[in-house]
Design a binder for this molecule. Structure first.
Ligand code: PEP
Ligand code: MN
Length: 277
C-alpha cells in the first residue's frame, strides 16, 4: 500500500501493536467504549458513566467539542464539558476518550482525556495530525467518511512518523448512495486493515448506521469480523439528546449488548483464534 512505512503490517506472524490505556492493552484486550454523543450536563454524563461502567465498559466517550453540520446546532460545552468528563472519570475509574477539533485546544483536552479522538471530518487535517503526533497521548483516529483504506492508513502514518506509536483506528461508516442508514458501515475494512496494518481497529456502529435498532446486530458483526472493540453511543433518554438522537441507545440496551459482545469476543478467542478478547 502506497506511502506506508511505519503503519505497514499484517504479514503472517507479524506482531500487532497494542495500545496501553490504564490496565487495558487495546489490540490484545477487547475494548468496550461507551457514552453519550455529547456531554450535555453533569447529571446526564455521570449517570451514563455509572451505568456503562456497571455494564462492563472500559472507556467513557463523550464530546465536549462537537463538529455539527449547522452552526445553530449544539456545539458542545467545551471546557465545562471536559471538566464533567474529569468528574466522571474520578467517580467511575473509566478512562476518557473525547474529540479534539483544533490543536489550539490540545493542552486543555489532553488534561482531561486519556485518548484524543480525531473525528471523521478531521481525518485529513494534516496540521492537527502532526500536532497530535507530538502529544504523548494515544489517538483514536476515525475513518474519514469518504476515505479509502490507503488514505486512512496514511493518516495514521502521519501520527506514527511524527513520533506517536499509540494509534487506534475506528471505522464509523462511509458515504454511499444508501440513505436508509446514516452511513454504510464498512465491515470489510476490518480484515482489510488487519491484512495491511498492525494497528488495533475498533468499530462505531452508532455513527455507522445512525439507527439505534441496528447498533446491537452491527456490534456483533463487527466482533465477528475481527474488531478489537466497539464504540457505542449511550444516553439515559435518547429522545431528548441534544445530538444524534436517533442512534443513541439506552443504558439498559447497552447492558444487554455488552453481555452479548463480550461473550462473542471471548468465544471467538477460544475457538477461532481471534487475538483480541
Ligand atoms: C463522534 O464520535 O462524536 C463523532 C462526531 O463521530 P464522527 O467523527 O465519526 O462523525
Ligand atoms: Mn454522535
Amino acid at each position: 500500500m502506497r506511502g506506508l512505512k511505519l503503519a505497514r503490517g499484517g504479514s503472517p506472524g507479524s506482531l500487532r501493536t497494542t495500545v496501553r490505556v490504564g490496565p487495558l492493552e487495546i489490540g490484545r484486550d477487547f475494548v468496550l467504549i461507551a457514552g453519550p454523543c455529547s456531554v450535555e450536563d453533569e447529571e446526564q454524563t455521570l449517570e451514563t458513566a455509572r451505568l456503562v461502567k456497571r455494564a462492563g465498559a472500559h472507556i467513557l466517550r463523550g464530546g465536549a467539542f462537537k463538529p455539527r453540520m449547522s452552526p445553530y446546532d449544539f456545539q458542545g460545552l467545551e471546557e465545562k464539558g471536559l471538566r464533567i468528563l474529569g468528574k466522571a472519570k474520578a467517580l467511575t475509574g473509566l478512562a476518557i476518550v473525547t474529540e479534539i477539533m483544533d490543536s489550539r485546544h490540545l493542552e486543555m483536552v489532553a488534561e482531561y482525556s486519556d485518548i484524543l479522538q480525531v473525528g471523521s471530518r478531521n481525518m485529513q487535517n494534516y496540521t492537527l495530525l502532526k500536532e497530535l503526533s507530538r502529544a504523548g497521548k494515544p489517538v483514536l483516529l476515525k475513518r474519514g467518511m469518504n476515505a479509502t483504506l490507503e488514505e486512512w492508513l496514511n493518516a495514521a502514518e502521519y501520527l506514527l512518523s511524527g513520533g506517536n506509536p499509540n494509534v487506534i483506528l475506528c471505522e464509523r461508516g462511509i458515504r454511499t448512495f444508501e440513505t436508509y442508514t446514516r452511513n454504510t458501515l464498512d465491515l470489510s475494512i476490518i480484515p482489510s486493515v488487519r491484512e495491511n496494518c498492525h494497528l488495533p481497529v475498533v468499530v462505531d456502529p452508532s455513527h455507522g448506521t445512525g439507527r439505534a435498532s441496528l447498533v446491537a446486530p452491527m456490534s456483533l458483526a463487527a466482533v465477528a469480523a475481527g474488531a478489537d472493540g466497539v464504540m457505542i453511543e449511550v444516553h439515559p433518554h435518547p429522545a431528548d439528546a441534544l445530538s444524534d438522537r436517533g442512534q443513541q441507545i439506552t443504558p439498559e440496551a447497552f447492558a444487554s449488548l455488552a453481555r452479548a459482545v463480550l461473550d462473542l469476543a471471548a468465544y471467538l478467542k477460544r475457538t477461532a483464534g481471534h487475538d483480541n478478547a
